[in-house]
Design a protein around this ligand. Structure first.
Ligand SMILES: [Zn+2]
Ligand SMILES: [Zn+2]
Length: 245
């Protein structure tokens, strides 16, 4: 059962970094960290996302645009504009690529306080690097898979970060429940979020994007927030705005 175990560990490692580093740190600046810690987590993102690695700064700009233009024509990834999941995945990828290549005009305010590591970002985006990662995954699957159905996980392993990002962008604007009546389609996907570790309380997040804790009702638990609290206690990160609790 090496492959299912690998997939589950990869899922949570990858999603934790997407939520912690890309979403809460790069996009929203909920906390600060030293340059050394930033480089460490940057490298962790490259190692966990592999063939689907994205630039945290381009992701941050795209996510800020999503908050400003939620569900309007300018929203970079609203299912309100494109209901087909796979087409939305493709369109989001194109919009992301334009931001990464500076092929689109972006307000200077949206480029502030973003983590950059040009060398790693360039290397991670190189198609040779992506192919090397894909070959590594295929080798791993061929070597460890004991049943045919285990290969069904392979496409998800290859597209992990993009797939997880799009699930939140698409699913959390289509299915779920809402605690707040907002002028957008944001939803909380699961009452007990054991799949996205607290990042799927998207309706709560759209109501209070500056809050470091996404959970709101008694049964909701933002696990990543609790992990980050431990990281704050250990001085790995520092909360920026105590009032935002
Ligand atoms: Zn949203
Ligand atoms: Zn956000």
């Amino acid at each position: 059962m090496v492959i299912p175990c690998f997939f589950v560990i990869h899922w949570y490692f990858s999603f934790f970094l997407q939520s912690f580093f890309y979403h809460r740190y790069a996009s929203h600046n909920h906390f600060t960290m030293s340059k050394g810690a930033e480089r460490f987590f940057f490298m962790c993102c490259f190692l966990s996302h592999g063939s689907s690695f994205m630039s945290p700064s381009a992701y941050g700009i795209m996510h800020r645009l999503h908050h400003i233009h939620t569900d309007t024509r300018e929203d970079p990834h609203s299912p309100h504009n494109e209901p087909n999941f796979f087409k939305l995945l493709y369109l989001t990828r194109n919009r992301y690529q334009k931001i990464f290549c500076a092929d689109v005009l972006i307000n200077e305010n949206l480029k502030k306080n973003l983590p950059y590591w040009k060398w790693l970002e360039k290397m991670g985006h190189n198609w040779i690097t992506r192919i090397c990662w894909i070959l590594l995954y295929i080798t791993l699957y061929i070597y460890f898979a004991t049943e045919w159905w285990m290969f069904l996980f392979l496409p998800l392993t290859i597209t992990m970060a993009a797939f997880q990002g799009n699930i939140i962008n698409w699913w959390a604007h289509k299915f779920g429940y809402a605690n707040f009546n907002l002028p957008n389609t944001s939803k909380n996907i699961l009452p007990i979020d054991f799949i996205f570790l607290g990042d799927a309380y998207h309706n709560n997040h759209h109501k209070y994007p500056g809050k470091v804790k996404n959970s709101h009702r008694w049964f909701e638990t933002d696990l990543i927030y609790h992990v980050m609290n431990v990281m704050h206690f250990l001085r790995i990160i520092r909360w920026k705005n105590y009032k935002s609790f």
